[in-house]
Design a protein around this ligand. Structure first.
Ligand code: GLC
Length: 761
């Protein structure tokens, strides 16, 4: 679309009264659009001031900046005009319900198109599978045309307007988006905005002498400036892409390359680049993306003397784009990929007066890394602390919570937090890297170190969820008990992720426990980058086993599906619901509550391999009742001992019990068997929190037990249905207690397993 030359007298810029200015200056420019798009004028009125404020912070307020700003507005208008009617309708619907992406219905899954379904067309055939799992949000990893050879998993884009031919075409992508929308599934696509492939047309043109295109990138004639930057800028991939600059022979210049040497960083100091990238962004939006995952946003702005991460300009740039997208495609969400410290991550969601004006969703890397730390250490102090001090997200935005993604796990444990729990930061981070690389005697993990810091021994971690939780090892070694424990660990992590404030995101294949994939080692283009170990092709043969009762695949798939289904029914899991981390008397457990209107949920998770108990009287008053509904199991849960009992790696989602439903409880015969060695003349009694066990009084303990199978002592208790109870043994001689068990045990009525509680009696 061609517009008349821009004519904005600098003196009148920025206009004091935007609507009037619009009326006067832009009416003729956008006449046709104003006539055909009734919402346009009002959106412009609302978002133009924000767009200009942010834009002018980066590009200035002079006439040249104003001219570029109008160009940006032109790009947005072009996008609006090209936006299909169906997407415009959904923009309007979303505008009427601003929390549309924050409801508990949302459950995400991420995958590579080729590894999951072969092609975009094939992806359409997998929609029933996604629905079976409860997925409502699908993040397809980069699928645009990339350079030949190494392409950083699709993050080296050669053409923003073409799909990778091996996957299909832009039309296929449109058709897929359409089908997904029909089934109520959102589509998230990557927008790789920090860099292009060195083979992108702009870079090619730059090499052929086009200065306009050269200015799209950050290039330097010699090492003087790069060397200055290298003093303060860390490296992302020190192992296989050291340094931040690459010499480009055809240019005879040094190009900024934060990631791989074939990924050229874009120059956001150039307003022409800003405008051009908005055009590219609009193409993705109009193809049907509901969410743009804005890749590597902390890197967008470079400034000498700094670490070139999270500069204020990164935020201005995103805010300018957000405002312009609000004008053109307001229903499209921005998801920031900023894997950095909690305070920095939250800023991408718009804080300090910029709420609703930057990104809408952000990866919750803090939750992710601290969950893994808690699992390895069987201690939740650091997790509790990090989440308690995690800055709140604005109401307009939300977290994306995940157990793992396609990237490595970075041990972003803040020094202050680690010290506050009495540990050394370097030691703790090294512990995590060692544990998940399987290099500790107590480790069950089979992951790998990624980008080792030789000086400190710290490293990031690669590996699938099954490899890191011990499922892979247990299945290979065939130990049923270990398999069970590893499944519990996997479901534990997900139970927290599905209940924490935000939207959960699964990594495809984790729902059937896929193993590490070593195929990348035979591929020269990938062998050096062990993140490929945790990006296995989907194993559809194993997925088919999800319907066979008792199979690992079934237990995992159904466990996750249950989390998704249950989540959807709970108002308390709306993103707008409050979240409060609870301090208890047991640091092996992690408890938090969610509250929305009248709905409340208590999440109680045990990160230890032993059963644990938490005293109800350490919880807020509302949670001190002994009777609850366990919503994941859809049954009552009564804690007769005044303590919440959590099985090894167990997680309960509890709601206050509806007391009307409490009737006379039936009792269930519950067999108990304990191994206790006795001296001649000693007898074993059971004492516990049930009336049948003496309600804690030794002289009313049940017994003596029979020992037909010495040293196993057995009895069967009539326990009230749905009740968790605790017990311990006593040895009596001549009616006098002479010894008692060092540990308590806990059980649920009717259950066959007694858990030894991790805490001493
Ligand atoms: C993001 C991606 C990562 C990629 C990098 C460079 O961090 O998640 O996989 O290597 O950007 O594009």
């Amino acid at each position: 679309m061609e517009f008349s030359p821009i004519d904005i007298p600098p003196a009148r810029w920025p206009p004091a009264d935007v609507p009037t200015w619009l009326e006067e200056r832009l009416r003729s420019r956008y006449d046709a659009v104003l006539a055909t798009h009734p919402d346009f004028a009002s959106r412009l009125n609302v978002h133009l001031p924000d767009a200009w404020t942010a834009f002018s912070q980066v590009y200035g307020t002079d006439a040249t900046a104003a001219e570029w700003f109008v160009r940006a507005l032109d790009a947005a208008v072009e996008g609006l005009r090209a936006r299909p009617a169906s997407l415009r309708r959904s923009d309007r619907r979303r505008g009427a319900t601003p929390d549309w992406f924050q409801t508990p219905e949302q459950v995400g899954l991420m995958c590579y198109v080729d590894r999951f379904a072969g092609t975009l067309d094939g992806m359409r055939d997998k929609i029933p599978y996604l629905k079976e799992l409860g997925v409502t949000y699908l993040h397809l990893m980069p699928l645009l045309q990339t350079r030949e050879g190494r392409d950083d998993g699709g993050y080296a884009v050669q053409d923003y307007r073409a799909v990778d031919p091996a996957l299909g075409t832009m039309d296929d992508l449109r058709a897929l988006a359409h089908d997904l929308h029909d089934e109520g599934i959102l589509l998230a696509l990557d927008f790789v905005m920090n860099h292009t492939a060195a083979e992108h047309a702009w870079a090619q043109a730059a090499r052929n002498g086009d200065d306009r295109c050269r200015d799209f990138y950050l290039t330097y004639e010699d090492r003087t400036v790069p060397d200055q930057f290298e003093q303060t800028v860390p490296e992302v991939f020190p192992d296989f892409a050291p340094g931040n600059f690459t010499y480009a022979e055809a240019l005879d210049r040094w190009v900024w390359t934060s990631f791989y040497d074939f990924q050229w960083d874009l120059n956001y100091g150039n307003p022409a680049l800003f405008v051009q990238m908005l055009r590219e962004m609009m193409v993705q939006a109009n193809v049907g993306a509901d969410v743009l995952r804005l890749d590597a946003v902390p890197f967008l702005w470079k400034e000498r003397g700094t670490n070139c991460r999270n500069r204020p300009e990164c935020h201005w740039i995103l805010q300018a784009y957000r405002a312009l997208m609000h004008v053109a495609a307001p229903g499209v969400l921005f998801k920031s990929e900023a894997i950095t410290t909690p305070n920095e991550i939250v800023r991408y969601l718009g804080t300090g007066g910029y709420e609703g004006k930057e990104c809408d969703v952000a990866y919750n890397a803090t939750l992710m890394s601290h969950l893994w730390h808690a699992l390895a250490s069987e201690n939740t102090q650091l997790l509790q602390r990090a989440l308690t001090t995690l800055p709140p997200t604005p109401d307009s935005a939300t977290w994306l919570n995940y157990v793992r993604c396609h990237d490595d796990i970075g041990w972003g444990l803040a020094d202050d937090d680690v010290r506050a729990v009495g540990q050394d930061p370097t030691d703790t981070r090294r512990f995590c890297a060692d544990f998940y690389a399987g290099d500790r005697p107590d480790s069950y993990a089979e992951g790998y170190r990624f980008q080792v810091d030789e000086a400190t021994g710290e490293a990031r971690t690669s590996g699938t969820t099954a490899a890191l939780t011990g499922l892979q090892q247990a299945l290979v070694e065939g130990d049923e008990h270990d398999v069970d424990r590893a499944l519990r660990r996997t479901l534990l992590l997900h139970s927290v992720v599905f209940a924490a404030r935000g939207m959960p995101l699964l990594y495809a294949g984790d729902e059937i426990g896929q193993f590490n994939d070593y195929g990348y080692l035979t591929d020269d283009e990938r062998a050096a980058d062990n993140r490929w170990v945790h990006r296995p092709p989907m194993d559809w043969d194993r997925a088919a086993l999800r319907h066979e009762r008792g199979r690992v695949e079934q237990r995992l798939f159904d466990g996750l599906r249950r989390l998704a289904e249950t989540r959807k029914t709970l108002d308390a899991l709306h993103s707008g619901a409050q979240q409060r981390i609870l301090q208890t008397d047991n640091d092996r457990t992690f408890l938090f509550e969610r509250m929305h209107r009248d709905d409340r949920l208590l999440v109680a998770a045990n990160f230890s391999s032993a059963a644990q108990a938490v005293s109800l009287n350490t919880l807020p008053a509302v949670w001190q009742d002994t009777a609850y509904t366990s919503v994941l199991h859809d049954r009552p849960a009564v804690f007769s001992s005044g303590r919440l009992v959590l099985p090894p790696y167990g997680c309960l989602w509890l709601q206050p019990r509806n007391h009307d439903s409490e009737g006379a409880t039936t009792t269930l015969p519950t067999p108990v068997e304990l191994k206790v060695c006795t001296e001649w003349g000693e007898q074993v009694y059971l004492c516990g929190t049930l009336t049948a066990l003496g309600a804690g009084a030794p002289h009313k303990a049940l017994g003596p037990l029979s020992a037909d199978n010495y040293p196993r002592w057995e009895t069967t208790i009539d326990a009230p249905e749905h009740t968790y109870f605790e017990f311990w043994w006593l040895k009596k001689r001549d009616g006098q207690v002479v010894d008692r068990s060092p540990h308590r045990y806990a059980m649920r009525a009717g259950n066959e397993t007694a858990w030894q509680l991790g805490t001493h009696l």
